[in-house]
Design a protein around this ligand. Structure first.
Ligand SMILES: NC(=O)c1ccc[n+]([C@@H]2O[C@H](COP(=O)([O-])OP(=O)(O)OC[C@H]3O[C@@H](n4cnc5c(N)ncnc54)[C@H](O)[C@@H]3O)[C@@H](O)[C@H]2O)c1
Length: 362
């Protein structure tokens, strides 16, 4: 964990959300002398619950909306670093026919953040997503079933995929969801700001992040929802890809994400404009079926899980992050495995049961 002597003022947009609040709390815990401001419009249900935890640790909360440039300007302060973690983070956003909020926040909001960052921040770390990669190409990855999960089958001819997972070389062309498009368009603008204005910005394309503090929903944060529904003894569905729970993702614990960001934050200018895949990788991957077994062991509960074979638009059967580039540049690799993540979510649910129940059982 690298303390950065020059960073003392950190702004986290979306800082009351799952990722933002985890980062804010960890920064204050490890580096109490850093000043952390979180900026959030509390759009995500549950984000409001994080506020008293944040305030108790000395984090400053600023209610504001990145869609509104004046809200950012009202911060009226300079920061050494902006961590951009605000978003409508669902890959299904906009499929209901209303893309406005998604585009205004994830794309035009990024422009506002960039304008603020180039004038008032020493650098920017942007949380992008693995969903910038082409859905069609991800769906068409040759897979076979082995035991309780899908595994790769002869992918030698496909650029950007290996046993380690999906690398930055995977196809970005073709459609990738409205969510992915807003993130990819943001990435392009960030690189232009880095080149044109010298903004010290780096881009992390994160795979699934899961852990305590996540208000998981079916369309976003389903791995945390999986643990929560075992904890609260509520039913679930294996949805899509035949409905057997064989789909695979790698998971990244927020403490591993924090470690990764502390590797980056004092080398921003060296990596200006660079893009990294960041995730838990193969050793922290799971299928839903395997996750069920871990949840049963950790919570001691068994629940009914039915099968819905139809696949939702934008869903993909397999994604594992190849984080080799991040590892080579920063000598970072994740430490937590899937069981650690489930155990940590379980402890969070147990010790905040009354509070979390209001969201998970509404
Ligand atoms: N959680 C994951 O698995 C994951 C994976 C890849 C990338 N990401 C990215 O990481 C970032 C954080 O995601 P998260 O999981 O913490 O999501 P989250 O929904 O928990 O947090 C996002 C926060 O942004 C706030 N927000 C939304 N619109 C806003 C606006 N217009 N102005 C100000 N605040 C606004 C929300 O209230 C929320 O607190 C996002 O950019 C997301 O795309 C997340």
């Amino acid at each position: 964990m690298k303390k950065m002597e020059s960073i003392i003022e950190i702004l986290i947009t979306g800082g009351a959300g799952f990722v933002g609040s985890n980062l804010a709390l960890q920064i204050k815990e490890k580096f109490p002398d850093y000043n952390v401001t979180v900026f959030d419009n509390l759009k995500r249900r549950g984000s409001e619950f994080q506020l008293h935890h944040l305030l108790a640790k000395g984090v400053v909360f600023n209610h504001g909306d990145i869609r509104i440039r004046e809200d950012l300007l009202s911060l009226d302060k300079k920061f050494d670093l902006m961590i951009e973690a605000s978003a409508e983070p669902s890959v299904h956003a906009g499929t209901d026919g209303s893309p406005d909020y998604l585009i205004q926040t994830n794309l035009l909001g990024t422009v506002n953040c960039l304008e603020f960052a180039r004038k008032y921040c020493g650098g920017m770390i942007f949380l992008s997503t693995s969903r910038v990669y082409s859905i069609g190409d991800l769906v068409n990855i040759p897979l076979k079933t082995e035991g309780s999960r899908f595994i790769l089958e002869n992918t030698d001819d496909i650029l950007g995929i290996s046993e380690k997972g999906i690398s930055e070389e995977f196809n970005l062309l073709n459609y990738r969801s409205l969510y992915g498009a807003t993130k990819l368009a943001s990435e392009l603008l960030i690189q232009e700001y880095a080149q044109t204005y010298g903004l010290n910005a780096v881009i992390n394309r994160c795979g699934v992040i899961a852990g305590p503090g996540q208000w998981g929903k079916v369309d976003q944060g389903v791995f945390t929802l999986w643990v929560a529904n075992h904890f609260f003894k509520k039913n679930l569905n294996y949805t899509g890809f035949g409905g057997q729970g064989l789909q695979v993702r790698d998971l990244l614990h927020p403490t591993d994400l924090f470690e990764a960001i502390t590797c980056q934050w004092d080398k921003l200018s060296e990596q200006r404009g660079n893009v990294f895949n960041l995730g838990g990788g193969n050793s922290c991957s799971t299928s839903l079926l395997e996750l069920t077994q871990i949840c049963e062991k950790v919570t001691g509960n068994r629940i009914d899980i039915s099968s819905k074979p139809e696949t939702a638009a934008n869903d993909i059967p397999w994604y594992v992050t190849d984080y080799s580039k991040f590892n080579q540049v920063y000598n970072w690799s994740p430490k937590k495995n899937v069981t650690n993540i489930v155990e940590d979510i379980y402890s969070w649910l147990k010790s905040n049961e009354a509070e979390v129940s209001k969201i998970f059982n509404r």
